[in-house]
Write a protein that binds this ligand. Structure first.
Ligand code: ATP
Ligand code: MN
Ligand code: MN
Length: 296
């Protein structure tokens, strides 16, 4: 039978009070996911996504015609920006940056064709005091995902031994992110600490890990990318969709889930909302912030 047309497809569609233009436009065409679906996802997961991005400058991956169309990162304000976004100019920035300051702005992002949300690891009101250390695990093409899981577990140990509390999330892509809440850091101490953690691992098992971004030396190894820990750098937000086939999302995990058999592709725009019914494995994230250890 022919697919049923949504009753409201010709009427004015609003989600969380935000009017959608072209609600039926396919954004992930192979997955049958429309702009309206994205808007409804944003509204549904706002309780967990909003706290993750609130008050932070954002890089937004816009793909107004869907994942197969033109795409570009936007981080500066100007004309044509969604009126639901806030434009901020933290101390030291020359042009305004984009920020989400109310949950409806997440639906506004869907309306504006922003498919991925990438916050800075600092709040715009404390822009010289980053509060998240991010280790980006990027496996070589030829590695099984189990190798990434093993790397995450090794990093968990190393980070914990420093008196810090690590959290793990899928990226919606090929790797994992280890996110560590920190207090009292500067951009320099954040970057130096991240580098130190990754270089120690590389020195211990150079056959498995590299901190060199050169693709040539990556073969068979996991690239430990610590360059996310710099002013202006970002990492995809927990719960953000990815503009990739499958409409995967970046999902916060309980460490018990970080084991053999973990399938990052299982977390998608369609399946993720079910996890709202269970306890948030990252509910202690903010309370887990610890000062960076002194070097030595
Ligand atoms: P994967 O697991 O597939 O590596 P990822 O999100 O970690 O997914 P990376 O290419 O490793 O992808 O990039 C890490 C982070 O760096 C991204 O989440 C994103 O926030 C940021 N990033 C990468 N490239 C850009 C870019 N061109 N503009 C803005 N941010 C970027
Ligand atoms: Mn990565
Ligand atoms: Mn990377």
């Amino acid at each position: 039978p022919p697919a049923k047309k949504r009753a409201s497809s010709s009427a004015r569609v609003t989600v969380a009070g935000v009017a959608l233009t072209h609600p039926d436009k396919p954004l992930w065409p192979e997955d049958g996911i429309t702009k309206r679906d994205l808007a409804e996802y944003m509204e549904a997961v706002a309780p967990r996504l909003f706290p993750w991005v609130e008050g932070r400058p954002l890089s937004l991956l816009r793909a107004p015609d869907g994942i197969n169309g033109e795409r570009f990162f936007q981080r500066h304000g100007g004309r044509g920006v969604s009126p639901l976004l806030t434009q901020v100019k933290p101390r030291g920035e020359e042009s305004s940056l984009l920020q989400v300051d109310k949950p409806e702005a997440l639906v506004g992002l869907a309306q504006w064709g922003a498919l991925e949300i990438h916050p800075w690891p600092a709040r715009s009101t404390a822009i010289t005091r980053p509060d998240r250390l991010i280790l980006d695990l990027d496996p070589a093409e030829d590695l099984p995902f189990t190798a990434v899981v093993e790397a995450a577990l090794v990093l968990r140990e190393g980070v914990s031994a420093m008196g810090l509390i690590p959290f793990c999330k899928t990226t919606g892509g090929k790797g994992l992110h280890i996110v560590v809440p920190v207090s009292g850091a500067s951009w320099k101490t954040l970057h130096d600490t991240a580098a130190r953690i990754c270089e120690a691992l590389e020195a211990e098992a150079p056959d498995r890990f590299t901190t060199s971004s050169s693709k040539a030396v990556r073969g068979g190894r996991i690239f430990l990318d610590f360059q996310r820990n710099a002013r202006g750098a970002s990492a995809v937000a927990a719960w953000s969709p990815r503009a990739r086939p499958g409409a995967t999302v970046s999902m916060p995990l309980d460490w018990a889930e970080v084991r053999e058999g973990l399938d990052p592709k299982a977390f998608t725009l369609r399946t993720a909302p079910a996890r709202l019914k269970t306890a948030d494995p990252w509910q202690d994230f903010e309370a887990s912030a610890r000062p960076l250890p002194k070097k030595g």
